[in-house]
Design a binder for this molecule. Structure first.
Ligand SMILES: C[S@@+](CC[C@H](N)C(=O)[O-])C[C@H]1O[C@@H](n2cnc3c(N)ncnc32)[C@H](O)[C@@H]1O
Length: 278
């Protein structure tokens, strides 16, 4: 089966002659994703009727048409090839989803992505890398799903291989910096500082409390704007307990609930932190 990987191998053998340029006028040629790969991309991204999907380089429109037909989503496809745009519009009519999807002859690099809750890609590695800063700047929680090629050292949040590689990334909130955390504990409300470091969705950090050595921020995870981590409450040596934090990050504020301890002595409490240093 023809694929972009085979195109890459052939392109590497060619000097980019006038003939090659005529055959591949855009930086990525049209190679459609097989239907089972399209299905898997949309399943992995958990596309649903509330989603607005943007397919960058939409080819014959199959990703958006499937998103509308099988998952009830709406969306936009952009492609530089006007014949493919016309073919996509006709296919959307035939599938009865023309009211839910739109196709435009437009450069993907000039497309406003802010409306998207899901972005789909089947492009080449260099194009993905040029898009990456734009993707990382999108609203936290935006899902990006790609057929075949990765986004450099931004690790996927999920990867499935069924004939082809399909990868999902969730745009992470920006959480790096120092946060002041108010924690209601049996010994009284404590003020702790959390120093968090971040590489995309991978995070780590330390917690600082006055008069004590820094402690660990254990099991940290960030998916979109949802954060989880565990701190150890050792304010009273006789009654140490793990504190299981879950919360949402909105700009300079994080808030949510933590559970103190386990089993039938577990208690639940609200928490809040404010960013005090970038
Ligand atoms: C590999 S195909 C993918 C088609 C479709 N997304 C799929 O997965 O079946 C890539 C498409 O990107 C389009 N394309 C290439 N460069 C583009 C650009 N700068 N802006 C918009 N479309 C572009 C090509 O015309 C081609 O249809």
């Amino acid at each position: 089966m023809y694929s972009l990987r085979i195109f890459l191998l052939i392109a590497a053998q060619l000097t980019f002659t006038a003939t090659a340029r005529a055959q591949w006028p855009y930086e990525v040629p049209f190679v459609p994703s097989p239907q089972v790969v399209v299905d898997e991309m949309l399943r992995l991204a958990e596309v649903n009727a509330q989603d607005f999907v943007i397919d960058l380089g939409s080819g014959d429109g199959r990703i958006l048409i499937t998103a509308a037909r099988k998952f009830g989503a709406r969306g936009l496809g952009v492609d530089l090839d006007e014949h493919l745009v016309m073919q996509s519009e006709a296919a959307a009519q035939d599938a009865g989803v023309a009211q839910r999807v739109q196709f435009l002859r437009q450069d993907l690099f000039k497309t406003d992505l802010s409306r998207a809750s899901v972005i789909t890609l089947y492009l080449l590695p260099g194009v993905n890398m040029r898009l990456r800063p734009v993707l990382l700047g999108l609203k936290p929680g935006t899902r990006i799903v790609a057929h075949d090629f990765e986004l450099g050292d931004w690790k996927p949040d999920a990867k499935v291989t069924i004939r082809k590689n399909v990868m999902l990334w969730v745009v992470p909130a920006k959480i790096e910096g120092r946060w002041r955390l108010q924690v209601p504990l049996p010994a009284g409300t404590q003020t702790w500082d959390l120093d968090l470091r971040q590489k995309h969705q991978e995070i780590d950090g330390v917690v600082r409390a006055a008069g004590r050595p820094p402690g660990g921020v254990w099991q940290p995870s960030l998916r979109g704007d949802r954060l989880r981590f565990v701190l150890v409450d050792n304010t009273d040596r006789e009654q140490e307990a793990n504190l299981y934090f879950e919360g949402v990050v909105r700009g300079g504020v994080m808030e949510g609930e933590f559970r103190r301890g386990v089993g039938n002595v577990q208690t639940r409490h609200a928490w809040r932190a404010e960013r005090i240093q970038p």
